[in-house]
Write a protein that binds this ligand. Structure first.
Ligand code: NOJ
Ligand code: CA
Length: 715
């Protein structure tokens, strides 16, 4: 028997199947996937990396509602096609100039006995992981159907360490818990922080992207790509057998998906490597999305911004203009008669102060929240019809501020808090976007705080996901960029709709003012939330003692100042905020220089060091320039980071400005202790740099002439 026949026979035994296994290898041969039908015609697949099991035989299928027979078993393979693909594409913005899309594909068509229904499962195996999805071809016996549950399994080969947040249909804004898979159940209660709007859907339910590490050093990441017209997938763990199964977000009546064939599910993704850096460098999620549907993308611009924001988040000022709770009839309430509360943030004078600050320091934009009426009502009783998105408070003069911003070369960034009222937002959307265009705004931050209206819907169900998508597509018609907060976690859709320049969808910096986040949070996010796309994390906090901003807020930002600088490199986003107040930046202008200098769009990225939960070091080359920026973020344990500058061009000389933790820095006790030094570097240089607990460092590297390096030490 030749080798491959023997292997196929072996797999057939493992699966105990009637059919022969279909095999697929990644382009470099290190990943192996096989697909087969089990004895009862249940589809199953398994995956290995360099001969090690990543997924043990795992079942595939969908349970249908009100249907005599689900798409779970009794299938026969009626077709199997293997193809290869290798191409490259240029993202509109991103971590690198060119992205390679290289995979081998297996498309299996299954036909079900009795129903004669067809289900196609398409697998794409890349060098860094697997993507697969269900396709429902047009056919007479499967036209409209309702999904009761998707039953896609991911059978783990061991009791891995996982970096997880609780399965929840309404919030993703949790700190991560690091534990063994079998410990999830016991830790679930602790994993839910007080501001959770929901209870977890199960004691062993977690969200994606789920990052895991095996005891023999494999890194495994489970997520999804191209979540379009489908409900978001969570994972439920059978902790006896260590098998994860898909758990879709239900709608108001408990259904999990309304499908009309031809249609397809999102891709389920499994990124795998024995090197954690490969997970950060993986572009599987984007590659599994469609190319850009926006033809002219010239209006989409990576943006660095400041905002009338942190003062509200910390509680120093308010979004609302008055503490009265008027019973608002949209557009008719005369706010000039309301009593101002004296704390309103979005006043003409304050916005001008921010515009001046942005102009002075070269920022592109100023976000202003709390400019429109409705906040009083929202924090009162009514949850519906709160905002109309076009009526300003009396102390916010739209045209005056528009002209002022323009005269200073700064763009105002619009804010639409929808209060979770998606239908209300859809009804006002055209007017709201036209209002933006009329007043020179070309980017909007949207938000979905509170339970979703219509009642009973959830933040991540199919219907609500379609709402987010509708907003992004409608915005594209108006040439508007969107940064959605509290929306479903991204799944690479920004490739298709590159006007989606930001998303929150995880625990952002705001929580540093709501009690604090774990100091290693930012060493996990790039392995989890960022797998699907950029995050509007809003870094740049320089004053960690929040009571200095608002004496009634005792929160502490669990990060050193140098760590905050590093985030501009490690937390990739084409949209970066400098979150703190101008007065805090003015106290540390030497460190603020890094935020001014750092790029927001890149030609190249090098993932130098990475270990989830512990540290990440990344170097990136600024778009169209010779300068580089390096960021290192560090978890709880102080550590020395060792890097080589071999990414620089040979034969060139550069000046590196290193912003690092001082020797005695600590995220809790001494967060503002930093040092700044300038040294000469070449591509031969090496650096050993200490990072404090919750600390890090940031480096800007600029090409220099001999003349400019005079008097500076070589590294
Ligand atoms: C929560 C968002 O994350 C935050 O950025 C925003 O300021 C508030 N909602 C109010 O819309
Ligand atoms: Ca939020």
């Amino acid at each position: 028997m030749n080798k491959s026949l023997f292997f196929t026979a072996l797999l057939a035994t493992v699966f105990s199947v009637a059919s022969l296994a279909q095999e697929l290898k990644s382009p470099n041969g290190q990943l192996n996937m096989s697909f087969a039908l089990q004895a009862d015609g249940t589809p199953a697949y398994q995956l290995s990396y360099k001969g090690k099991a990543v997924l043990k035989p795992s079942k595939l299928g969908l349970e249908l509602k009100n249907d005599a027979k689900s798409l779970l078993n009794d299938f026969v393979i009626t077709d199997a096609k293997t193809t290869s693909h290798d191409s490259s594409w240029e993202p509109v913005w991103g971590e690198e100039k060119i992205i390679r899309n290289h995979y081998n594909e297996l498309a299996v068509t299954l036909t079900q006995n009795g129903t004669n229904r067809q289900l196609l499962i398409r697998f794409r195996l890349f060098d860094d992981g697997l993507g697969f999805r269900y396709e429902f071809p047009a056919q007479p016996n499967l036209v409209y159907f309702v999904i009761k549950e998707e039953r896609t399994q991911f059978a783990m080969a061991g009791n891995h360490t996982a970096f997880w947040i609780a399965g929840d249909y309404d919030t993703q804004e949790y700190d991560y818990t690091t534990s063994r898979l079998t410990e999830i159940r016991g830790l679930m209660k602790n994993a839910i922080q007080p501001n959770a709007s929901q209870t977890p859907f199960s004691d062993t339910g977690v969200q994606t992207a789920l990052m895991m590490k095996t005891d023999d050093g494999l890194y495994i990441n489970l997520h999804e790509a191209a979540l379009i017209n489908y409900s978001c997938m969570h994972l439920n763990l059978d902790d006896k057998n260590l098998v994860f199964e898909s758990w879709l977000t239900p709608d108001a009546v408990g259904d999990k998906g309304y499908i009309q064939a031809p249609a397809q599910s999102p891709w389920r993704t499994v990124i795998v490597s024995d090197d954690a850096r490969v997970v950060l460098a993986s572009r599987i999620t984007y590659n599994l999305n469609e190319p850009s549907k926006i033809e002219d993308t010239s209006w989409i611009k990576p943006t660095k911004y400041v905002g009338v924001w942190w003062e509200m988040i910390t509680g120093k000022s308010s979004w609302a203009y008055t503490n009265d709770v008027p019973s608002v009839q949209l557009g008719v309430t005369d706010f000039t008669k309301a009593k101002p509360n004296g704390m309103h943030g979005a006043t003409n004078a304050n916005v001008k102060k921010f515009i001046d600050f942005a102009a002075l320091h070269g920022f592109d934009g100023v976000l202003v929240e709390g400019w429109n009426i409705g906040w009083e009502d929202w924090f009162g009783n009514s949850k519906d019809y709160v905002f109309d998105f076009v009526t300003p408070y009396p102390d916010f003069n739209v045209t005056e501020l528009r002209d002022y911003a323009k005269s200073k070369g700064v763009k105002l960034i619009m804010h639409h808090e929808t209060s979770g009222s998606t239908r209300n937002y859809e009804r006002h959307l055209d007017k709201a976007f036209q209002f933006m265009k009329d007043n020179n705004y070309d980017a909007v931050k949207t938000g979905y705080v509170g339970p979703i209206l219509p009642k009973g819907y959830y933040h991540y169900d199919q219907w609500t996901n379609n709402h987010y998508q509708y907003v992004v597509e409608k915005a594209a018609q108006y040439k508007i960029m969107v940064n959605a907060h509290e929306a479903v976690r991204p799944t690479g859709i920004a490739r298709t709709w590159p006007n989606m320049i930001g998303n929150e969808s995880a625990r952002g910096t705001e929580f540093q003012a709501f009690g604090g986040s774990k100091p290693n949070h930012v060493t996990i996010l790039p392995f989890t939330r960022l797998i699907g796309g950029p995050m509007d994390y809003t870094p740049g906090v320089f004053e960690m003692d929040i009571s200095k901003i608002n004496p009634n807020n005792n929160s502490h930002c669990n990060s050193t100042l140098a760590n905050q600088l590093a985030l501009y490199v490690t937390m990739y986003s084409p949209l970066q905020m400098a979150a703190d107040l101008p007065e805090n930046y003015n106290r540390f202008l030497d460190a603020f220089q890094f935020i001014k200098d750092v790029a927001v769009d890149w030609d190249e990225s090098k993932y130098i060091e990475a270990e989830p939960g512990r540290y990440i070091t990344i170097a990136r080359k600024a778009k169209g320039k010779s300068s580089w920026f390096v960021g290192n973020v560090n978890g709880e344990a102080p550590r020395t980071s060792s890097i080589a500058f071999d990414f620089l061009d040979a034969g060139k000389t550069y000046i590196a400005t290193i912003y690092a933790d001082a020797k005695d820095a600590h995220y809790k006790t001494n967060p503002q202790a930093y040092t700044i030094r300038k040294v000469v570097v070449t591509n031969k240089s090496k650096l050993a740099q200490g990072s404090a607990a919750g600390g890090g460092y940031a480096i800007s590297i600029v090409e220099a002439t001999k003349e400019q390096t005079k008097g500076l030490k070589k590294l």
